[in-house]
Structures are given as structure tokens and as C-alpha cells.
Design a protein around this ligand. Structure first.
Ligand code: EPZ
Length: 418
């Protein structure tokens, strides 16, 4: 078993460059099956979720090559129209293939992506959107078979601005004759990036980033070379690491414009943050003060993926912090392990009250989901003594060699086999 072993107390300082975002790359990789011409994506991190998506693309007949951080996908010839269940289980984002494969082949089968650690994560909004385009969906024994030979553009209203549902519908509609309008669409930066990629391949998508997105279907998409946007959550995680250790960090290739809510909260905690074009410099105070209250919301509200890292900061900030997680029903998996490290927390359903303590102490803890794992790494950087983190495969899903990234910035952290 691999663990991360950390010895807290050093300041995070130096400079780091941010690579392309996991949550932009995953739907864009799925969209590669919508053209039979080669697509090359640049700056793609070597993380487990991307590797699993590449395995899924290969399993349906795509030719996939990785050359460093560049990936080329060739989806030529006939593609299989079903994602193998054992692969669909490894990656919820296999659901992103529904829209693209439906548009490309007229049929798709995928395993009901189970819930995961952070919630049930139903797919009703995806299904309703694809049905509105004229697809039929049947579920049998956990497999959803979706067919649609004569799809037609439609007006679709999402009851909730789901990121994945917006992306799936946008991709399906891009090759569906007629005009599709998505109302109450998600506005995350990754939605804008997917639209930009689709348009680079010849699609006609307008309004991404706003609540109403209009897609005029086209007959065919061509290949492209594309660099997805930098990862605002990796960037925020590194800022949090510097903030909790009284450090000083400069980020380059940072998506500053997509991080306004995060920057505001870190400033509330006493961090001095200077932003430039694609750069962010954070100087942390000796001791953070509470951010008061934090509520996760759809973009441009505070991002749910940064809730756990900010929770770790709150656990040692001066004062009492209130956290309200409104997006997922079970996203406090990090709380129990932080308490084991000395945090003072009251949890009640989606609400958490965190009273800052002077210092956490090291402990043996578990990464119970991707961002919970990130929160424990952040806490371990500042904790007194040694912290050992199990289940670090969760962290590897979204952070490339996190121990190398942080060691370069002054952390005492190692990956160890047990
Ligand atoms: C994307 O997940 C991200 N994943 C998540 O990042 C992120 O936390 C989430 O958006 C919110 O920003 C990727 O982009 C690969 P949603 P997604 O559909 O698309 C409910 C990470 O840590 N819902 O916006 O699954 C759902 O249960 C991951 O990098 C329905 O009810 O998020 C949840 O409560 C975690 N029915 C809420 O909407 C549906 O059909 C938001 O989910 C779909 C969603």
C-alpha cells in the first residue's frame, strides 16, 4: 500500500506553474470521439482520472498516444458504442461519452455511474436532456442504453445547473440538426472551455458561461490542437498550502479570472494576494483569521471542490468559521480525519462549524475522496509532527505527483510503500 508521509512545520514558498484542468480535459477528451480527424490536447497532467479516460477511449476503438503532456486522439472508423462497465465504474466521467457517442454513432450504452464518496450523483438531468433531443433511454440491470437516430434540436431547461449535464447536452447538440438552447445552464469555466474546443473543431456554440447556451447543429466536426484552461482547483490547493504554512507562493499560468471567489476568501483570512496576467502571488499572515462563513455555490459562487481545502485552513484559523456545502450531500469526509489531527468541528448535515485551534498534530489518516485527501495534505503541512495519509490513489486522481510538487516548494513529504 502506498502512503504519503509528511513532517509538518515548513513554509511553502517558491513558484509553481499550473497545468490544464482535470475538469476541462475530461469532457474535452470525450468530445474527441465526435470527429474522425486527429485531435491533439496540450498540457494535460499525468493524473489517474485522465489515464482512466484514455483507457475508456481505447476500449471503444480510439487510437490514443501520449507524448509527455500532449495527447493525440484519433477516433477513426467504427467505434464501439458502449463503455465497458468495469471501466465506467472507475470513472464517473465516462458518462461524458454519452452525448458524444450518441451524436457520432446514434447509440450509446454506459453503466449507471454509481454514486461516489461525495454523494448519490444521479444522472436524471443528463437523461432528460438527451431525451429532449429525441433520444430514447432504457436502463436494464445497471446499463443505460441510449439510442437516437433522428435527433432534433430542442429547448431544454435544466432544473439544476449541472456541470456534467450541461456538457453532455452541449456535445450531443453540436452534431444534432437544428437549434438547441440550454436554459439554466452551468456557467463553470470548464463549460466555456468545452464550448471553445467544440467551436475550434467547427461547432457553433454561443453563450457558454451564461445561463443560456445556444447550439446550432453542424454536420461534421474537424480535428484541432487545443490547450485546455489551467486548473483553478489545483491552483487554489497550492495557495491554501502556502496560506496554512505562513508561506509565500507565486503561481504562473494561473486562471486568475476563474478564481475570484477563492481569492476573496483567502484575502478575508488575511492573505496578501497580488494578481497579474496569469500570475498570482500569495503572502500568508503569521496566523490566518477565520473567513467567517463560506457557502459553496454553482459558478461564479465559491467552488465546492475548494471547500475541503478551505475547511483545513479554518481548522487552524483564529476564530470560528461556518461552512455550508450546498452542492453535494456528503462532502465532509475530511472532517473526521481533521478531528483526529486535533481540529474542533461540529457537523450537522450540510453545515459545519469549525473553531480554529492553535495547531494541529500529526496522525494516521485516510484520503476518503479526492478533495478530502487534498485537505489532509494541507493540514499535514502545518501539523506538529508526522502525518501519514492512506488511500492516496484518491489524491492521484486529480493531482500529479503531489509530493514532488510540494517538496519543490519546501514541504517535507514523501510517498512510501508499506
Ligand atoms: C463536476 O461534477 C465536477 N467533475 C466536480 O468535480 C464538481 O465538484 C462538480 O462538477 C460541481 O462543480 C467533473 O467536471 C469531472 P454536477 P458533476 O452535475 O458534473 C446533482 C472534483 O473533485 N445532479 O454539477 O457531476 C448532483 O448530485 C469533482 O474534481 C443531479 O441531481 O457535477 C450534485 O448534487 C468532484 N442530477 C449537483 O447536481 C444530475 O443529472 C451538482 O452536480 C446531475 C447532477
Amino acid at each position: 500500500m502506498q502512503i504519503l508521509r509528511m513532517d509538518g512545520g515548513t513554509r511553502i514558498q517558491g513558484e509553481a506553474r499550473i497545468e490544464s484542468a482535470k475538469n476541462a480535459a475530461l469532457p474535452i477528451l470525450a468530445a474527441c470521439v465526435m470527429t474522425d480527424e486527429p485531435v491533439t490536447l496540450l498540457g494535460i497532467p499525468d493524473i489517474a482520472d485522465v489515464e482512466n479516460m484514455l483507457a475508456i477511449l481505447r476500449s471503444i476503438g480510439c487510437d490514443v498516444e501520449r507524448d509527455g503532456s500532449s495527447i493525440t486522439v484519433r477516433a477513426q472508423g467504427d467505434l464501439y458504442d458502449s463503455v465497458p462497465p468495469h471501466l465506467a465504474e472507475t470513472l464517473r466521467s465516462s458518462l461524458f461519452l454519452a452525448g458524444p457517442l450518441l451524436a457520432r454513432t446514434g447509440s450509446v450504452a454506459f453503466g449507471m455511474p454509481g454514486g461516489c464518496e461525495i454523494g448519490l450523483r444521479p444522472i436524471d438531468l443528463h437523461e432528460r436532456g438527451l431525451r429532449a433531443l429525441g433520444a430514447t433511454l432504457e436502463e436494464d440491470d445497471g446499463i443505460v442504453r441510449c439510442t437516437g437516430k433522428n435527433l432534433k434540436g430542442a429547448d431544454i431547461h435544466l432544473d439544476y445547473p449541472s456541470v456534467g449535464a450541461t456538457e453532455n447536452i452541449m456535445m450531443a447538440a453540436a452534431l444534432t440538426p437544428g437549434k438547441t438552447v440550454i436554459h439554466n445552464a452551468a456557467r463553470e469555466p470548464e463549460i466555456v472551455d468545452l464550448a471553445r474546443f467544440l467551436n475550434a473543431c467547427g461547432a457553433r456554440v454561443a453563450g457558454a458561461g451564461k445561463q443560456m447556451i445556444a447550439i446550432q447543429g453542424v454536420k461534421k466536426l474537424h480535428g484541432a490542437t487545443y490547450r485546455p484552461i489551467p486548473d483553478r482547483i489545483v491552483a487554489g490547493t497550492l495557495l491554501a498550502a502556502a496560506a496554512i504554512t505562513g508561506g509565500e507562493l507565486r503561481l504562473t499560468n494561473a486562471p486568475v479570472g476563474d478564481m475570484i471567489a477563492q481569492i476573496a476568501k483567502l484575502r478575508d483570512m488575511g492573505c496578501d494576494i497580488r494578481d497579474g496576467v496569469g500570475t498570482l502571488t500569495l503572502r500568508a499572515p503569521k496566523r490566518l483569521r477565520s473567513f467567517g462563513q463560506l457557502q459553496t455555490l454553482p459558478h461564479p459562487g465559491f467552488p465546492t471542490d475548494m471547500q475541503a481545502p478551505m475547511f483545513a485552513l479554518a481548522s487552524v484559523a483564529d476564530g470560528v468559521s461556518l461552512v455550508l456545502e450546498t452542492i453535494f450531500e456528503n462532502r465532509y469526509a475530511h472532517a473526521s480525519d481533521l478531528v483526529k489531527m486535533g481540529a474542533d468541528v461540529i457537523l450537522n448535515d450540510r453545515m459545519a462549524v469549525v473553531r480554529g485551534v492553535q495547531r494541529l498534530h500529526g496522525a494516521r489518516v485516510k484520503a476518503r475522496d479526492l478533495r478530502a485527501g487534498a485537505a489532509l495534505v494541507i493540514a499535514g503541512l502545518a501539523a506538529e509532527g508526522v502525518t501519514e495519509i492512506e488511500q492516496i490513489g484518491q489524491i492521484d486522481r486529480g493531482y500529479e505527483k503531489i509530493e514532488i510538487m510540494l517538496s519543490r516548494l519546501g514541504a517535507r513529504i514523501k510517498r512510501a510503500d508499506e
